[in-house]
Design a protein around this ligand. Structure first.
Ligand SMILES: *Cc1c(COP(=O)(O)O)cnc(C)c1O
Length: 378
């Protein structure tokens, strides 16, 4: 689908690519599962498996032992279902239920997460039978995003008691689990209280950061996403990078002191500078906000760097649509030539650091990976 191979074959080796370490992905899932031994460990595979390819991500995690997969939309769920035909693979749809989505859920055996009274009504109409088709319920506990508030949760509990609604799990979502925040504790208290309306029903609260908050947050099912994909390797020992983004050097040149490099002449050259021009840009999801020298900066911003010829090298000037410049003056004269691959994040450059340099989070870098970037599974 999102692969330039469908546009041009054979594919040039110089196009950007993201190498996906299948062993690291499976290992990260197992690491999180080991942290919550009393719970099932699921996986968020929405947004095309955080940009890496949902079908392949889902297959890899199923083999690792995962049985619970979360997508945002029913259409995403139907794609994952094609990859996971085993009946013990549960696929949950987090949002957007309407009659078409409900029909797709029935057809592809997906469980909708019901978050509004409308969702419940739509699912009851589409899913009626005896017993009614199961669904997850989402409770609002303080994020003010999606979920049933207390009155609606009570109404849902009445339906369950009447045998008119079948609930496999009640869940909620933490707003600030990645920050030392009292909000998580408060949300947990609300979740405890509201979930008693559904006695005996399994519960789920934790995303990746929630898993790290400890056993009080694990309940019966966890829903990690970003940690599986190596976006939070600094948060827990044993997590490893999964995605390594690389692109080819297309030209090497020497520019003179006093000249400038790139759009807007944003990078004035204070010395004679050797520049490697690399075929990756913001159209590939390498954000322009992650531009290098000459771009307005802010306190504590990590220096935007790439990795080339076994060294970290500065990104120079503005990232353009299809190209990025690297300052390779400090490398040996013959260290770099056309066709060499530069890494923009992954094994050698932490994605957390690249995200911080662009004023964003690893989630946005991964899910923004463009269609020209080949997903190469290793
Ligand atoms: C995206 C999402 C997750 C996974 O979150 P991470 O922070 O990536 O671990 C879990 N639950 C819900 C409801 C989500 O929307």
């Amino acid at each position: 689908m999102s692969d330039i191979r469908s546009l041009a074959a054979p594919r040039s080796a110089r196009l950007p690519s993201v190498e996906i370490d299948r062993t690291a992905l499976a290992g990260n899932w197992q690491r999180l599962a080991a942290l919550a031994p009393g719970a099932r460990t699921g996986a968020a595979v929405k947004a095309n498996g955080y940009g890496l390819g949902a079908p392949e991500v889902a297959r890899t995690l199923y083999e690792a032992g995962c049985r619970d997969f979360f997508v945002a939309w029913a259409e995403e769920g139907a794609l994952v279902r094609q990859a996971l035909t085993a009946p013990d693979a549960r696929i949950m749809v987090l949002q957007g239920l309407d009659t078409d989505a409900a029909a797709l859920c029935r057809e592809a055996t997906l469980l909708p997460v019901l978050s509004t009274p409308d969702d419940i009504a739509i699912w009851r109409e589409a899913g009626l039978g005896s017993p009614p088709a199961p669904a997850f319920l989402q409770l609002e506990t303080g994020m003010n995003r999606l979920g049933l508030d207390e009155a609606d949760a009570r109404a849902a509990a009445d339906l369950v008691r009447a045998g008119a609604l079948s609930v496999s799990c009640v869940m909620s979502h933490l707003a600030s689990a990645d920050e030392a925040s009292e909000q998580s504790r408060d949300q947990r208290a609300v979740f405890e209280r509201l979930s008693t309306l559904f006695p005996g029903v399994p519960r789920s609260l934790a995303n990746s950061a929630g898993v790290l908050l400890g056993p009080d947050f694990h309940y019966d099912l966890t829903r990690p996403g970003i940690a599986l994909y190596g976006g939070t390797c600094d948060a827990l020992e044993g997590l490893r990078p999964v995605a390594t983004l690389t692109a080819s050097v297309l030209q090497v040149r020497t520019a003179r002191r006093g000249e400038a490099a790139g759009y807007g002449a944003a990078a004035p050259l204070r010395r004679d500078t050797r520049i490697a021009t690399v075929g990756l840009g913001y159209a590939d999801g390498f954000l322009r906000a992650g531009s290098g020298a000459g771009v307005a900066t802010w306190p504590g911003r990590p220096a935007p760097t790439a990795f080339l010829a076994n060294r970290a090298v500065p990104i120079l000037g503005r990232v353009s649509m299809d190209l990025t410049l690297l300052d390779i003056t400090d490398l040996a004269e013959d260290a770099v030539g056309p066709g060499d691959r530069a890494e923009f994040y992954g094994r050698n450059v932490p994605i957390e650091q690249v995200a911080a340099a662009a004023g964003t989070i690893p989630y946005e870098l991964l899910t923004g990976l463009g269609p020209r970037v080949a997903r190469e599974w290793g």
